[in-house]
Every structure is written in C-alpha cells, then in structure tokens.
Design a protein around this ligand. Structure first.
Ligand SMILES: Nc1ncnc2c1ncn2[C@@H]1O[C@H](COP(=O)(O)OP(=O)(O)OP(=O)(O)O)[C@@H](O)[C@H]1O
Length: 303
C-alpha cells in the first residue's frame, strides 16, 4: 500500500503552515511521527484524522513547540508563514509562534484556570506576550465574546470558569484563540468533550470565524463526520504516518487508501442506514503495522 497524495493547491500562495518530512520520537526510543509532510494555505481548514494514537495531536504539539519533555523532533522542518521555526532559538521561536498561532484545546474544563476570571485569561496573552495595551485587549476580548454569541460579555469577563457551562467555556476558548488575530489555529478535537447539539454549534462557529478572518486551521479529529463538515482538505494518519492527503470531497468520493475506505465505512453517516457499521478490519491494521515496522527496519538499516 503506497502513500496517496492527490495534487493539492500546487499553484497557490505561500502556505501559512508547511511541515516537511517531520519525524518525532520518544527520546532514545520508538518513532511517533514518520516523515509527515503537509501544508495549510491561508483560509484553509485541513483535518488531521485517524484513530487514537495515530499522532494527530503530536503534529499540533510539534508545530506549536509544546511537545512533552520525553519526546523530540528528530528531523524535518516546520515553516510558519515561510519562516523556518527550527532555525530560531527557543525564546524567539516561542514569540514567533505566540504571535502567529493559537490552540483551541480539547477539554474546556481543564483548559481554563479555575481560580482566575475569564477576562484576564483572554487578555493576558495579548498584553503580556504580544504588547497590546490593556484597553485594546479588553475591547478585543469583548468584541470576540460577542462574536461567539456570549450574552452580556462584560459580566462573563468578570466570571470564573465554574460559573459557566461547558459549551460557553468552549466558546470562550475559541474567542481567546481568535483574539490575537492568528494566521494559524490548531484545533485539537475541540468538540469531543461536548454533547452533539453543542458540537454542531461549535463547529459552525469555528468555521464562520476562520472564514471571516482567513485563518488557516489544522483541525484534529477522529471523526470522519466532522472532517466532512469542517474541512476542505484532509490528511489521514495511521501510526504516525500519512496514509492519504487530499481535498476532502475527493477523499469521500474516491478514497485511495484502504485505511481511508475503512475509516469512512466505520462512520455512521457515511454508510447506508440498513447496512451494519464495519469497524476497521483488524487484518488491515495488522498489515499496516507490519508494513510500517518493515519500513522502519529498512530505514534504520540505511542510517
Ligand atoms: N507524553 C507522552 N509520552 C509518551 N508517549 C506519548 C505521549 N503522548 C503521546 N504519546 C504517544 O504518541 C503517539 C501519538 O499520540 P497522539 O496523542 O498524537 O495521538 P492522537 O492521534 O492524537 O490520538 P488521541 O485521539 O488518542 O489523542 C501514541 O502512540 C501515544 O501513545
């Protein structure tokens, strides 16, 4: 089974994000990402999809420079708006990423500090890291809270997280992510912790805000239904390796890789209602793992 890469955006402008041949591993241990390459153009939403452990979040963490201490980038290049992050020192890299990129995290319960008011949690990054005046940061926070349909934004700015529902907290995290006008947003399963109706609202909101602002989005999800709703392009991952990368429409109309076909077959909305759902076949998983282990061993032999 070979990697399938349809021709995506060959003649477009400079990508907001470019990842070239990224390899990530446990320090002195096993590989977690294998030669991952992808790009996200301004205004594009690229979904990263795969089952648990595929390495989706790891790509987001590598881009944002927040890998756990026991994990390292072993090779490859990450470019943000054409600037190679690997060439920068740690402090400069942090500043470049903070100015250009934001994260929408998975869990709105743990992402907000319970002991601090909402307002300061939105404005702090603008003021302390990006040099905005306090008045501008306040105004921007109020504008964004209004934009994410939070009623009475002034009151909410003065509230603590426990006073708000899960859906409201996720909308606050979306407001916080968009507040500094980032060129890239990494959304790490931002709807997984929410119930279905709230999920739909949150997806719509992210889509609206990114379309208005032309922000590029790397959207991590395990759900092909979410991929269909939110993205224009999709990268399918298995065991830290890209299986297929293509415009979302093409992937659903004509999936090239057996693993992609299996993921679509395992998603309720994309199967006939009378057909039973087919989980990803264990033999396919076993074969892919074997192939990847063989490729790893061959790669190691060439070092
Ligand atoms: N802190 C860590 N220490 C060691 N291994 C880790 C750590 N975090 C993740 N991993 C491993 O890295 C691989 C990729 O994990 P990652 O979290 O990126 O997967 P994912 O595709 O986002 O899955 P999920 O949907 O479960 O979060 C997995 O094999 C995982 O076990």
């Amino acid at each position: 089974m070979t990697l399938s890469t349809h021709n995506v955006g060959a003649d477009t402008a400079q990508p907001t994000l470019e990842v070239n041949g990224l390899n990530v591993a446990l320090r002195g241990g096993s590989r977690l990402l294998r030669d991952v390459s992808l790009s996200v153009q301004p205004g594009e939403v690229r979904a990263l999809v795969g089952e648990s452990g595929a390495g989706k979040s790891m790509i987001g963490k590598a881009v944002l420079g927040v890998l756990p201490r026991n994990i390292e980038v072993t090779s490859g290049q990450i470019l943000l708006q054409g600037e190679s992050l690997d060439a920068l020192g740690a402090a400069q890299r942090r500043q470049t990423v903070a100015a250009a990129a934001s994260l929408i995290p998975q869990d709105p319960l743990t992402a907000l500090n319970p002991s601090r008011r909402i307002g300061v949690q939105i404005t702090e990054r603008l003021v302390k890291r990006l040099g905005w005046s306090s008045a501008d940061a306040q105004a921007r926070a109020l504008e964004l809270l209004d934009r994410v349909h939070i009623r009475d934004p002034k009151r909410v700015m003065a509230s603590y997280p426990h006073e708000l529902s899960g859906g409201m907290r996720q909308r606050i995290l979306i407001a916080a992510a968009f507040a500094p006008k980032p060129r890239l947003i990494v959304a790490d399963e931002p709807t997984t912790a929410l119930d279905v109706t709230v999920q739909k609202q949150i997806l719509r909101l992210i889509r609206e805000l990114q379309a208005e602002s032309g922000t590029a989005v790397l959207f991590v999800t395990h759900d092909m239904g979410v991929v269909a709703k939110i993205s224009q392009t999709v990268t399918v991952l298995f065991a830290g390796k890209v299986m297929e990368s293509a415009p979302t429409r093409e992937v659903f109309a004509n999936p090239q890789h057996p693993y992609t076909r299996a993921l679509i077959g395992a998603t309720p909305r994309y199967t006939h209602p009378d057909e039973p759902l087919k989980p990803v076949p264990p033999e396919l998983i076993a074969n892919l793992k074997k192939e990847i282990a063989l490729a790893d061993a061959n790669g190691a032999a060439h070092v």
